[in-house]
Design a protein around this ligand. Structure first.
Ligand code: 5AD
Ligand code: SF4
Length: 441
C-alpha cells in the first residue's frame, strides 16, 4: 500500500506540543508516517490555540495557505484540533470551507476513527464533546530517536477561571490522571532513553484533588523520583495560590527535582490581581519566592505577566515594574491583554488602547532583559551540571545542554555526550544562553 503522510502543525503552549505528539503516535499506529513537507502530506492537522487573539489569527492565515494545496489535490484531508477548534466547533466549517474535520480537546483519542471515516465517506465531521474520563491523555507517544527529555501530562483542564482566560471553557474541568498510569508511562519513556520528564498540567499544584486517594503533587514527584533511568524532574505550570510549603520543601529534599519553577504572577498590583481572580496578593507571592530562594538558593524563577488588563492604571502598571525590580525573575513571558469571548474580563470597563499596551509591554520587556542578563552573568565562573540534549543550534561543532535551572549552555566536546550529564564551568553569559567548558568528561 502507498505510504500515507501526515503533517502536523502546532500552535500555542507545551500542552499543545505534547498533544500533537500524541496525535502523531495514534495515527502512526494505523500506518500514518509523519512528514515535515507540507506538499507531500495526505493529511494535514493543525493543533490550534486560542489563548490570545494573535494565536487564533495565525491559525486562520495558515489555513488560507493550506486551502490552496487542497485546490491542487482534492484528496487532501484537513483537520483542526485544539482550543480554537473546541471553541468554534461546527462554526469552524462555516468559516473555513475546505476543512474536513474539527475535533476538540477531549477527542484526540478518536483521531484514527475520524480520519478513517473521512477517507471512507467524504462528509464533514465535528467532534467537540467533553468526556468525564481522561481518554485523551493516556496515549503513549514514543519519543523521537535521540530525545532525552519528554513531557508527561498529569492532569487536564482547569477550575480556576482567571478572569482573562479561556482555558477552563476549552479544556474543561480539572481532572488528575491516576498515578499508576503516570508512573507506567514514565517507566516506558525511561526504557526508550528519556532522562528528564516535565510534568504537565494547567495547575500541577492541585494534582490529586479529583482522585480522592490522598496522593498529592509532592507525593507524586517522590514516586517518580524512584524510577530508575529518570535523572531529572520538572513541572509546569504552578499556580502561586496553590504552591504549598510541602512542595517548596521538595526542591530541597528531592534530588531529581530541578531548581526551576515557572510561577506566573500576572500582575504586581493587588487591585488587578483581585480583578483577575488570581486568589493571592503580591505580598503572598513574594513570601513564596523568598521561601523558595531560602530553601533552594540556586533556583531559577520564571513567570508570566499580562499588561493592559482592563482598568490597569499607570499606577497599577508601575506596581508590576516595582515587583519585577524586587523579585528579579530569571526570565518571563509577557503578553498584552487580549480580550476573549465569554470570559469575566470581557465585561470589565476600562479598556486600554493597543498602543498603550504595546508601550507598557516594550518597557517591561526591556527591564526584564536587563534582569535576565544579570542572572546569567551571575553564573559566570560557576560550575553547572548539564543534561546534554544534542548538537547546538548555533554551531555544528558545539553541543548543547541545559542546566538544572533550565538555562541553555553551548560547549565544545570531542566526544558524543548526548543524554549524558556533564559538569561545565560557565565561561560567558549572554541574554539567551551561556557558554561553558567541560570540567570532567
Ligand atoms: N490575554 C493575554 N494573556 C493571556 N494569558 C492567558 N490568557 C490571556 C489573555 N486573554 C497568558 C497568561 C498565562 C499564559 C499562559 O498566557 O499570562 O499564564
Ligand atoms: Fe487560565 Fe488561570 Fe487556569 Fe492558568 S490557572 S489555565 S491562567 S484559568
Amino acid at each position: 500500500m502507498k505510504n500515507k503522510y501526515l503533517y502536523i502543525q502546532t500552535f500555542g503552549c507545551q500542552m499543545n506540543v505534547h498533544d500533537s505528539e500524541q496525535m502523531a503516535a495514534l495515527l502512526a499506529q494505523v500506518g500514518w508516517k509523519i512528514t515535515d513537507n507540507l506538499k507531500l502530506a495526505d493529511l494535514i492537522l493543525l493543533n490550534t490555540c486560542s489563548i490570545r487573539e494573535k494565536a487564533a489569527h495565525k491559525v486562520y492565515s495558515e489555513l488560507g495557505r493550506i486551502g490552496k494545496l487542497k485546490e491542487q489535490n482534492p484528496e487532501l484531508i484537513i483537520g483542526v484540533g485544539g482550543c480554537l477548534a473546541q471553541h468554534l466547533g461546527t462554526k469552524f466549517h462555516k468559516k473555513v470551507r475546505h476543512l474536513d474535520f474539527v475535533f476538540g480537546t477531549h477527542n484526540i483519542h478518536r483521531l484514527p476513527q475520524l480520519v478513517a471515516a473521512i477517507r471512507k465517506k467524504r462528509e464533514k465531521i465535528t467532534q467537540v464533546d467533553f468526556h468525564k474520563s481522561l481518554n485523551s491523555i493516556g496515549v503513549f507517544a514514543p519519543p523521537q530517536s535521540g530525545a532525552v527529555s519528554a513531557f508527561v501530562t498529569i492532569m487536564q483542564g482547569c477550575n480556576n477561571f482567571c478572569a482573562y482566560c479561556v482555558v477552563p471553557y476549552l479544556r474543561g474541568p480539572e481532572m488528575s490522571r491516576p498515578p499508576d498510569d503516570i508512573i507506567e508511562e514514565i517507566r516506558k519513556l525511561a526504557d526508550c532513553g528519556i532522562r528528564e520528564v516535565t510534568l504537565l498540567g494547567q495547575n500541577v499544584n492541585s494534582y490529586g484533588k479529583t482522585l480522592g486517594n490522598g496522593l498529592n503533587f509532592t507525593a507524586l514527584i517522590k514516586k517518580i523520583g524512584k524510577i530508575s533511568g529518570i535523572e531529572r524532574i520538572r513541572f509546569t505550570t504552578s499556580h502561586p495560590r496553590d504552591l504549598s510549603p510541602e512542595l517548596i520543601n521538595c526542591f530541597a529534599e528531592e534530588e531529581k527535582l530541578c531548581e526551576h519553577i515557572h510561577l506566573p504572577v500576572q500582575s504586581g498590583s493587588n487591585r488587578i490581581l483581585a480583578l483577575m481572580n488570581r486568589g493571592y496578593t503580591v505580598e503572598e507571592y513574594m513570601k513564596k519566592v523568598d521561601h523558595l530562594r531560602k530553601l533552594s538558593p540556586q533556583i531559577s524563577i520564571t513567570s508570566d505577566i499580562i499588561v493592559g488588563f482592563p482598568g490597569e492604571t499607570q499606577n497599577d502598571y508601575q506596581e508590576t515594574i516595582d515587583m519585577m525590580e524586587k523579585i528579579r525573575f530569571d526570565s518571563i513571558f509577557s503578553f498584552k491583554y487580549s480580550e476573549r469571548k465569554g470570559t469575566a474580563a470581557q465585561k470589565l470597563e476600562g479598556r486600554i488602547e493597543e498602543c498603550e499596551k504595546l508601550r507598557r509591554l516594550q518597557q517591561l520587556q526591556a527591564l526584564q532583559d536587563g534582569h535576565t542578563l544579570e542572572a546569567n552573568l551571575a553564573l559566570e565562573g560557576s560550575q553547572q551540571e548539564l543534561l546534554v540534549e544534542g548538537k547546538s543550534k548555533n554551531s555544528e561543532n558545539d553541543l548543547m545542554g541545559r542546566t538544572r535551572s533550565w538555562k541553555i549552555v553551548n560547549f565544545k566536546s570531542e566526544s558524543e555526550l548526548t543524554d549524558k550529564r556533564v559538569k561545565v564551568k560557565i565561561s560567558k553569559a549572554y541574554l539567551h544562553s551561556l557558554r561553558g567548558k567541560i570540567v570532567d568528561d
